[in-house]
Design a protein around this ligand. Structure first.
Ligand code: HSE
Length: 445
């Protein structure tokens, strides 16, 4: 048996404090305990949990053997903590806690996407000033090391675009609707019971959680400042079984995606339900799994997949970050790759919502009369919108008149043109419903 390290020179344990012993913090505690020997062999020194921060005893997690602080700030001040793990979530106490820990010279590992997307630059500046690390692999796509892939493995590339399923709860709900025709509300409840959903699940179903993650990915991909306000955001709460079935008939699956693309009009950042061709890899990613497709100018398309939420998968990324930080110990000044992969974040032109282009799915109900369909197609043509495919269902009687559902798939066009055409279409006498609009993406590389 070979020994890489003489026991006489063995290093003191790295001391870890975990604040927030819920789904992710509890998983981190479990993983650090169960895989301690393997982790020590990788790192060359032990990771020792010296403090836990928990306002009250967590349900189902035994913390009796640890020094438990009821005040989270006490962990940030503790002299026996080298790395503070923040898993309380939210942006108020978490921001104060992380700033305090950094000011006390502690490295910080966090799983908190809202915190990084909304306060990341302030916190990274505080970390740089103290010459400590602030890392957050677990903040995006749970167990998938996507930040590390962008920051390290793909660092040679100029990234053309990335697109990902980055909210496990939304994917869990859409998959259940698609595969089992399950209703929205009970499926969301299941995702909550499984520990996938945010404390406030509207963050999941209204796209805010995915937008926080896309904001971080965009900075890692393009070196742009973290700018959550720049994103256009739409969630899955208006998706119906009807749309899922029509998309299916046309050869598509509806997925909730975060998309970041370089375009001639600037960087396009958006989060929304998207029709994806069934043959695309993203279409077959189901349940709580997340996936990210990244197109680099040298490597071409690359695909990353894994559990996007849940206790141990997310803890896998948290503990990976703890190990990364601990590996850098002993350096007087941290010289590993900056957390977002760029030494400087530079603003770049952003594509406006109107200029953003894609194909579109439009669904509406028309009266079954001569010229109704022609009126729609000629209005689309008036605004430069080319039809790629159309599906009209047999008319049905409702309130004494025959109504038909029409689905139109367009070729690529700007959202501005679609909005203008729809403003006119909605006022047409033959249109008897709201128009459902969804983006479609082909992801040709
Ligand atoms: N609520 C998040 C999700 C947890 O469903 O993806 C992981 O960030």
């Amino acid at each position: 048996m070979s020994s890489l390290q003489n026991s006489e020179t063995s290093l003191a344990p790295v001391r870890v404090g975990i604040v927030g012993i819920g789904t992710v913090g509890g998983g981190t505690l479990k993983l650090l305990t169960e895989n301690a020997a393997e982790i020590e062999r990788r790192l060359g020194r032990a990771l020792q949990i010296t403090r836990l921060g928990a306002r009250r005893d967590p349900k189902g997690i035994d913390i009796s053997g640890y020094a438990v602080e009821r005040d989270p700030m006490a962990v940030a001040r503790a002299t026996d903590v080298d790395i503070l793990v923040e898993t309380i979530g939210g942006t108020t106490v978490a921001r104060e806690l992380v700033l305090l820990a950094l000011q006390h010279g502690k490295h910080v590992v966090t799983a908190n996407k809202a915190l990084i997307a909304e306060h990341g630059e302030e916190l990274l500046a505080a970390a740089a000033e103290q010459k400590v690390s602030l890392v957050f692999e677990a903040s995006v796509a749970g167990g998938i090391p996507i930040i590390r892939a962008l920051r390290e493995g793909l660092a040679a590339n100029s990234i053309d675009w990335l697109a990902g399923i980055i909210n496990g709860t939304s994917n869990y709900i859409l998959s259940a609707m698609q595969q089992e025709s399950k209703a929205f509300a009970p499926t969301l409840k299941e995702a909550q019971d499984l520990g996938y959903a945010e404390a406030d699940p509207t963050f999941d179903v209204e796209g805010i959680d995915a937008a926080h993650k896309l904001c971080i990915l965009a900075s890692c991909a393009f070196g742009v400042p973290l700018d959550f306000q720049a994103l256009s955001i739409e969630g899955i709460s208006n998706i119906t079984l009807e749309d899922i079935q029509y998309a299916d008939e046309l050869g598509y699956t509806i997925k909730h995606l975060g998309i970041a693309k370089r375009t001639d009009a600037g960087i396009d950042l958006r989060v929304h339900p998207t029709l994806v061709p069934k043959a695309n890899l993203l279409a077959s990613v189901n349940g709580v799994m997340n996936s990210v497709l990244v197109q680099g100018n040298a490597v071409g398309p690359t695909f990353y997949t894994g559990a996007g939420a849940g206790s141990l998968p997310t803890a896998s990324s948290v503990v990976g970050d703890i190990i990364e930080v601990a590996r850098g110990f002993g350096e007087t000044e941290r010289n590993s790759t900056p957390s977002l992969g760029f030494t400087e974040l530079k603003p770049q032109a952003l594509c406006s919502a109107e200029e953003s282009t894609s194909s579109f799915y439009l669904r509406m109900t028309l009266t079954d009369e001569i010229g109704a369909l022609a009126g729609i197609t000629s209005t689309l043509a008036e605004f430069g919108i080319s039809v790629e495919a159309m599906l009209q269902k047999e008319p049905r009687m409702a309130d004494g008149e025959a109504l038909a559902t029409l689905i139109v798939l367009t070729h690529e066009v700007s959202k501005g043109a679609v909005d203008k055409a729809l403003a006119k279409i909605k006022d047409m006498a033959v249109v008897r419903s709201d128009v459902t609009v969804m983006r479609m993406e082909q992801f040709q590389s």
